[in-house]
Design a protein around this ligand. Structure first.
Ligand code: PLP
Length: 426
C-alpha cells in the first residue's frame, strides 16, 4: 500500500519512505492511496492494543522494509497503558495521557521513534528530526528520541505561549535533543519547519524528517487507539460509538476518521476546538481561511492554520461532503473553566483544559454512547486547573522525574536564518 501527496498523485512512496521524509517533496502531505477495508470481524483474534494496532496497520507495512518489524514497533508503542474508562452509562473516556510526558502525543512519538530506529543505519546516521510544537509535541518527541542512536532532534516552540510546566518539559532534554524558544507563535514555528524542507542549506547539510502530526508515523498509531477503543465498546454493547476529539492541528482527528473509514465501529466524529476558528469557520461557510493564532487556555490547540485539515479535504473534497462526515464545535475559555470547575465539584473529576473542551462538547451532544478523548493529564496545566478545582493536582511519577531535571531556554528569532545560526553554533 503506497502513500501519495495531497498536492500531486504522482508523488508517491512506501510507508518507511513517507515516515523518513515527513512532508512530501512537493510540500503536500502524504495520504494513503486508499484505505484498506477492515470490519470489526477482522479483529476477532486481537485482544491487546498492540495486536489491534498491528492488524490495522499490516496492509500499509506488507512489502515494506519495516514489514517484519511492525509487531515489535506496535509493542513498543503500547509500552504504557491507554485505558478506556467508563465515566457514566453513556460515556467513556479514552485516556491517552499515561505516557512519559503525560500527553496523547507520546503514543505517536513512541511509534515514530520505534520505526525510525529500525530503519537502515546508513540513512539514520544523517537524520535530523525537526519539530514545531504548540506545547506537547516537542516534549513527547524529545522523550521518545532522547538517546536514540544517530538521530538528532531539533524542537521549536513559541516563547511565552506554552505553560510553565510545558516549558520545563520542553527544555529538560540533553544529548541528541536541542530545543529553541522562537520569538513568535506556533504558526511561525510550523512555517520555519516547512521552509527548512525547501531550503538549500538544510537539504545539503541535513537529512530532514519531521515529527509533527503531518508525519504518517504519528498519524497511523493514532488511528490504532480509536480502533481498539471502538472495538471495546462494540464487543460490550454491540453498537458504533460517537467520538469527541479535542482538536488543534487535526492530526488526532484524522487518526479517528481514518479508523472509521477503514471500517471500525465509529459513528459520529465531533471535533472540539477552542476559539481558533479555522475548522468551524470552514464547516459553517465552506470557505477555507486561516486566522492569526488566538491564545486560549487549551494552548496545545492554539492553531490558526491546522495543516492536517488538508488531509480531510483530500479525503472528501467538497465542503458539503466533508460536513456529512464530521462536525466541529467551538469551546470558549469561559466554557473550559466552567467545565473544569463543575466536574470537580459535582463528580470529583479533574480535566485538563484540552480534555475539558471535549467534555463540554460531549455534554451538548445528544448521544447514547460516546467516547471523550482525554489528551493530557491535568498536572501538565496546574496554573489553570488548580484554582478551578481548589486543590493540588498530583503529578504522575514519570513527569515528576522529568521536572527535577535542569532546564535551559535558548531563544531565537522567528526565522529559518536564526535557526540555522543556532544549530550551526552549537
Ligand atoms: C496537540 C494536542 C491537542 C491537539 O491535537 P491535534 O492533533 O493537533 O489536533 C489536543 N490536546 C493536547 C493536550 C495536545 O497536546
Amino acid at each position: 500500500m503506497e502513500f501519495v501527496s495531497t498536492r500531486s498523485r504522482g508523488v508517491r512512496a512506501g510507508v518507511s519512505e513517507t515516515i523518513r521524509q515527513g512532508l512530501a517533496p512537493d510540500g503536500g502531505l502524504y495520504v494513503p492511496e486508499e484505505l484498506p477495508a477492515l470490519g470489526p470481524e477482522a479483529f476477532e483474534e486481537c485482544r491487546t492494543r498492540a495486536a489491534v494496532a498491528e492488524r490495522l496497520l499490516r496492509p500499509f507495512f506488507d512489502g515494506d522494509e519495516l514489514g517484519d518489524e511492525l509487531s515489535e514497533i506496535c509493542e513498543q508503542t503500547y509500552g504504557f497503558p491507554v485505558p478506556l474508562r467508563r465515566l457514566d452509562d453513556a460515556t467513556d473516556v479514552l485516556e491517552l495521557f499515561h505516557g512519559p510526558t503525560a500527553a496523547f502525543k507520546d503514543v505517536g512519538a513512541a511509534f515514530l521513534a520505534a520505526a525510525l530506529e529500525r530503519m537502515d543505519a546508513a540513512d539514520r546516521g544523517r537524520l535530523t528530526v525537526l519539530v514545531a510544537t504548540s506545547g506537547d509535541t516537542g516534549a513527547a518527541v524529545a522523550g521518545a528520541f532522547e538517546g536514540a542512536d544517530g538521530i538528532e532532534v531539533v524542537v521549536l516552540y513559541p516563547r511565552g505561549r506554552v505553560s510553565e510546566r510545558q516549558e520545563e518539559l520542553l527544555t529538560c532534554w540533553r544529548d541528541n535533543v536541542s530545543t529553541f524558544a522562537v520569538r513568535g507563535d506556533f504558526d511561525d514555528c510550523q512555517r520555519i519547519v516547512k521552509e527548512a524542507f525547501q531550503d538549500d542549506w538544510w537539504q545539503r547539510n541535513r537529512r530532514l524528517s519531521s515529527a509533527n502530526s503531518i508525519n504518517v508515523g504519528r498519524l497511523l498509531p493514532q488511528a490504532t487507539y480509536y480502533a481498539a477503543a471502538s472495538l471495546e465498546v462494540w464487543r460490550e454493547a454491540g453498537e458504533a460509538v460517537d467520538v469527541v476529539v479535542p482538536t488543534g492541528n487535526a492530526g488526532n482527528a484524522v487518526g479517528c476518521l481514518y479508523a472509521r473509514e477503514m471500517g471500525l465501529p465509529i459513528d459520529r466524529v465531533v471535533l472540539a476546538t477552542n476559539e481558533n476558528r479555522a475548522i468551524t469557520h470552514f464547516l459553517e461557510t465552506g470557505e477555507w481561511e486561516t486566522f492569526p493564532t488566538e491564545q486560549t487556555l487549551a494552548t496545545a490547540m492554539d492553531v490558526g492554520n491546522p495543516s492536517n485539515f488538508e488531509r480531510i479535504r483530500d479525503l472528501w473534497g467538497e465542503p458539503e461532503t466533508i460536513r456529512r462526515h464530521l462536525s466541529a464545535e467551538t469551546v470558549t475559555d469561559a466554557e473550559i473553566r466552567e467545565t473544569i470547575r463543575r466536574a470537580a465539584a459535582e463528580r470529583g473529576e479533574i480535566w485538563d483544559p484540552h480534555t475539558a473542551c471535549a467534555v463540554h462538547v460531549r455534554e451538548q451532544l445528544d448521544s447514547d454512547r460516546a467516547i471523550v478523548v482525554a489528551t493530557a493529564h491535568p498536572a501538565k496545566f496546574p496554573e489553570v486547573v488548580e484554582p478551578l478545582v481548589e486543590r493540588a493536582v498530583e503529578t504522575p511519577a514519570g513527569m515528576a522525574r522529568l521536572l527535577e531535571r535542569e532546564t535551559e531556554i535558548r531563544e531565537i528569532d522567528a526565522s529559518l536564518e536564526a535557526l540555522r545560526e543556532a544549530v550551526q553554533s552549537q
